[in-house]
Design a protein around this ligand. Structure first.
Ligand code: NAD
Ligand code: ZN
Length: 342
């Protein structure tokens, strides 16, 4: 089968041939229809320090996808051939304390599809049936293909009650922009997003941001004053991984504010802990998606009218994958979809 593989320890990905993976008794075989490119895939493509120490070579990568069930192991129940599915990319152990308590997103032995084991940039993918998520007929292939990052946005945004609250989102990457739409949909008052990239800030405006602020040019505190915000943000969603953005968030939070951290900062990032302590901030780290409560909420949010479709800005047939990666690398894109099959 055709795969997009990290064949060599250098920049790039290569179209290659690989055997169709074997299906174990508890597995599903999925025929991939569409995949999306994640920031993680960009790290792997660019072959940065993280990728060098994490990704085995050769291996085909990718973990954002939609496909149809093409085969299943003898123990699998609840799926049939042809079912449309996406899948949770974190494969959990099932036997640690958190797994056994139903808190699978906190499994200490998580293995990542397309990171620690073969991925979805392939004609066929095998995952445990437990990880597969059925897609209702009224949700398009394009949207189903981005359930993984949409789930990051939903998990983060729904960590705290947003109804009637003023929300700051730092980082207008695809996940931050989707979080804008979610916060708006569930009833936040002001949804302010920051970035240094005008293309992405424009997209965030289209998705419902009260104000999309380029912090390289604009003063966030002046924006808050214009909006009549005299005290500070009630909820912060950090989605940039940028230390300056995180510091600005801590500085502009109201006392008693709640902060969810999704963005991954450099290891030695320092902050002013006085904000955390004297404002009594509550800080929560977010990893992945809750299994499968976040997936349930994604479907429910879309079925209750949430529109995230503008976040998909580019489509390419998979043979033109390099153009897709270039679009992502340019910063002038939202999500980029690669089509594998009709
Ligand atoms: P992205 O890299 O596309 O977006 C980050 C954005 O932050 C960029 O648009 C960048 O211009 C912006 N930025 C840079 N400096 C800034 C500043 N000073 N103020 C505000 N914004 C600034 O990333 P993404 O794919 O949208 O993901 C968001 C973050 O979440 C990344 O850090 C990613 O690594 C992380 N992530 C974490 C998980 C998890 O499970 N915790 C999962 C997926 C992604
Ligand atoms: Zn576990």
């Amino acid at each position: 089968m055709k795969v997009l593989s990290k064949l060599k320890s250098e920049r790039g990905l290569w179209m290659a041939d690989a055997p169709v993976p074997e299906v174990g008794p508890n597995d599903l075989l999925i025929r991939i229809r569409k995949t999306a490119i994640c920031g993680t895939d960009i790290h792997i493509y660019s072959w940065d320090e993280w990728a060098k120490k994490t990704i085995p070579v050769p291996m085909h990568v990718g973990h954002e996808y939609v496909g149809t069930v093409a085969g299943m192991g003898s123990e699998v129940r609840g799926f049939k051939i042809g079912d449309r599915v996406s899948g949770e990319g974190h494969i959990t152990c099932g036997h640690c304390r958190n797994c056994r308590a139903g808190r699978r997103h906190l499994c200490r032995n998580t293995v990542g599809v397309g990171v620690n084991r073969e991925g979805a940039f392939a004609e066929y993918l095998v995952i445990p049936a437990f990880n597969a998520f059925p897609i209702p007929d009224d949700i398009s292939d394009d949207l189903a293909a981005i359930f993984d990052p949409f789930g990051n946005a939903v998990h983060t945004a729904l960590s705290f009650n947003l109804v009637g609250e003023d929300v700051l989102i730092t980082g207008a990457g695809p996940i931050g922009i989707m979080a804008v739409a979610i916060a708006r949909h569930v009833g936040a008052r002001h949804v302010v997003i920051t970035d240094v990239n005008d293309y992405r800030l424009d997209l965030a405006r289209k998705m419902g941001a009260t104000r999309a602020v380029n912090v390289a040019r604009e003063d966030l505190r002046a924006v808050m004053a214009e909006l009549g915000m005299t005290e500070g943000f009630d909820v912060g969603l950090e989605m940039s991984g940028n230390p300056q953005a995180f510091r600005q968030m801590l500085d502009t939070m109201n006392h008693g504010g709640k902060v969810a951290l999704l963005g991954i900062p450099p290891a030695d990032t320092s902050i002013d802990w006085n904000h955390v302590i004297f404002k009594g901030l509550e800080i929560k780290g977010i990893y992945g998606r809750e299994m499968f409560e976040t997936w349930y909420k994604m479907v429910a949010l879309l079925q209750s009218g949430l529109d995230i479709s503008p976040i998909i800005t580019h489509h390419f047939p998979v043979d033109r994958f390099e153009e897709g990666f270039e679009a992502m690398l340019s910063g002038q894109s939202g999500k980029v979809i690669l089509d594998w099959a009709d």
